[in-house]
Ligand binder design. Structure first.
Ligand SMILES: Nc1ncnc2c1ncn2[C@@H]1O[C@H](COP(=O)(O)OP(=O)(O)OP(=O)(O)O)[C@@H](O)[C@H]1O
Ligand SMILES: Nc1nc2c(c(=O)[nH]1)N=C(CO)CN2
Length: 190
């Protein structure tokens, strides 16, 4: 059955300028190609430089074994960034893809989880849910990814992943053996 839009409910993504609510969002960063730390720091800087986006926390950096990747894929560096934003989720995705491109991200056709200089995934954007292939929210694989859950837990121990549960519980149920904190590395927010 198709749903009839309720004229009394405002779709926040259609609001403009100062009418838009502030949403909290969780972004997951990853790099397993090139100067990995340079790409992650560049991503944090570019996110912080984005109009209508405010970085509220940046996680420690983790060295992680590649999951569900080609055999020759190298280790990733992963981190999580928390932001407040008035951008609609679709605009935030545009920005994430543009930042990936700026750091030399290539998208080889037909290669699943190919090595990449930079990956910026939207894990959660406020209470926005989407099944659209171009923007799935919450991210459909975040609940089982130790390389997302561990850094997220570090900076928000009481976080809850919508439709999945408390991050602490998801993390406890996840294999974290390939995930090592790199205390010799740190991301900075200007
Ligand atoms: N929550 C999301 N965050 C980022 N991209 C998303 C999201 N949902 C859907 N996409 C779409 O996925 C497309 C491919 O993204 P990408 O190549 O980075 O996937 P991946 O990182 O290899 O896989 P995974 O989604 O498992 O992390 C993007 O062009 C984007 O439109
Ligand atoms: N350890 C690790 N493995 C991955 C990662 C990642 O960021 N870290 N990203 C993937 C596709 O987004 C696939 N596999």
């Amino acid at each position: 059955m198709t749903e009839t839009p309720n004229p009394h409910i405002i779709d926040a993504d259609t609001l403009t300028g100062e009418m838009r609510p502030i949403r909290r969002a969780v972004l997951a960063l990853g790099s397993n190609l090139g100067e990995r730390m340079t790409s992650l720091q560049g991503a944090v800087d570019a996110i912080a430089d984005t109009p209508d986006v405010w970085v509220t926390a940046v996680s420690p950096v983790y060295e992680t074994s590649p999951v569900d990747s080609p055999d020759d894929a190298g280790n990733y560096l992963n981190a999580v960034v928390l932001i407040d934003t008035t951008l609609a989720a679709s605009r935030l995705l545009d920005r994430a893809l543009a930042i990936e491109d700026a750091f030399g991200r290539e998208r080889p056709e037909g290669e699943h989880h190919a090595p990449r200089t930079l990956d910026v995934d939207l894990v959660v954007v406020g209470d926005r849910r989407s099944d659209d292939e171009s923007l799935r929210l919450p991210h459909p694989r975040a609940h089982e990814r130790a390389f997302v859950l561990q850094p997220w837990y570090d900076i928000e121990p009481d976080a809850v992943l919508p439709d999945a549960g408390p991050v602490a519980e998801l993390l406890a149920a996840t294999d974290t053996s390939g995930v090592t904190r790199r205390d010799d590395l740190a991301l900075e927010v200007q």
